[in-house]
Design a binder for this molecule. Structure first.
Ligand code: PBG
Length: 329
């Protein structure tokens, strides 16, 4: 028996553990996603995501104000439009639900960073992330043009960060060029660089009404077993000028958060997605797990893996709890 080394010495008390703790989750690094529903769309709690609601524009502003007061620096907007068609035309409507929300937030909560998710799936009647070609596949280059129009409409509304989640090739370089050419050089691009075709998005699709009407997203989102390819996607986006690169989902992809952190000289984000949220909520409601402890453990695993920014539906609850929690618990 070799008992010269006793790591337990540093676990002996709460103060000792706190003294040597390696990582902390900072409320200031969390991003709360917000769903904003157009005038005729139902509002209120999403059944598979207890505690998360579809807001009206005014509701989103009130929620954002509360989040900002809790120390949260950023929200990420998802729109649920009244009108859907094959060309996602309401996505770039200057009076669209996201554009109106951006304007209202910049006016009423000016200290908050407003990030807008950039994708077409909530706006197309077929539910895919872009323009379809004659075979029913998403046409990459035609979709880029559309993404550019949407990004410009967000920029005109005053967005701080555009976050493309469509997974089209070349979109970061394309969007950077379009934004810069129109004078929007200060708008940052947060790229969903490694976004997987994941079953963890299930509840989101109910929330945002964006389930594909046929097929799936495997011809544009990544194949879950591929790690090297995730790094390659991140490198491409860095070369094209991404300001932040994201890995999504988070929990089942922590190895890739670490791998991307190691090759990236810009902040790395991870997206703790709807299915990850719903699983915790469901188990907690059954009394099977301790929700607060699970959330703390999940969020710190993202930090430990190397994430600088964490997009999570738990942001508000975590921030509320941080106010009252003793710092060396
Ligand atoms: C839009 C988009 C999705 C999510 C973020 N942006 C859905 C999808 O790709 O199907 C998922 C977020 C979540 O599950 O919380 N493309």
């Amino acid at each position: 028996m070799n008992l010269e080394r006793r790591p337990r010495r540093l676990r002996a008390s709460a103060a000792m553990r706190s003294l040597v703790r390696e990582h902390d989750v900072r409320v200031s690094s969390l991003v709360q996603p917000l769903f904003v529903a157009d005038d005729r769309q139902p509002k209120g709690e999403i059944s598979s995501m207890p505690g998360i609601a579809r807001h009206s524009v005014e509701g989103a502003v009130a929620e954002a104000r509360a989040l900002h007061a809790l120390g949260i620096n950023a929200v990420m907007l998802f729109g649920i439009p009244d009108h859907k068609d094959a060309e996602a035309s309401s996505a770039h409507d200057p009076h669209g639900v996201v554009q109106r929300t951006i304007r209202a937030l910049k006016r009423d909560v000016p200290g908050l960073v407003v990030i807008a998710d950039l994708c077409n799936c909530e706006y197309t009647d077929h539910g895919h992330c872009g323009i379809l070609d004659e075979r029913g596949d998403v046409d990459n280059d035609a979709t880029l043009e559309l993404l550019g129009r949407i990004a410009l409409s967000y920029a005109e509304a005053g967005v701080d960060v555009v976050a493309p989640s469509d997974m089209m090739d070349g979109r970061i370089g394309y969007l950077r060029t379009i934004l810069d050419a129109s004078g929007y050089t200060a708008i940052a691009l947060m790229s969903y660089a490694a976004k997987f075709a994941s079953a963890f998005y299930g509840p989101f699709r109910e929330a945002a009404d964006s389930t594909p009407q046929f097929g799936d997203r495997r011809s544009y989102q990544m194949d879950p077993p591929n790690g090297r390819e995730a790094v390659r996607e991140a490198i491409l986006d860095l070369e094209e000028g991404a300001d932040i690169v994201m890995v999504k989902p988070a929990l089942a992809y922590l190895d890739l958060v670490r791998a991307v952190r190691e090759i990236s000289d810009v902040p790395v984000a991870c997206y703790n997605v709807s299915g990850e949220y719903a699983m915790v909520k469901a188990a907690a409601r059954n009394g099977w797990i301790d929700e607060d402890r699970i959330v703390d453990e999940m969020l710190v695993s993202f930090v430990r893996a190397g994430a600088d920014v964490i997009v999570t539906y738990f942001a508000k609850a975590f921030a509320e709890r941080s106010r009252t929690k003793s710092p060396n618990a």
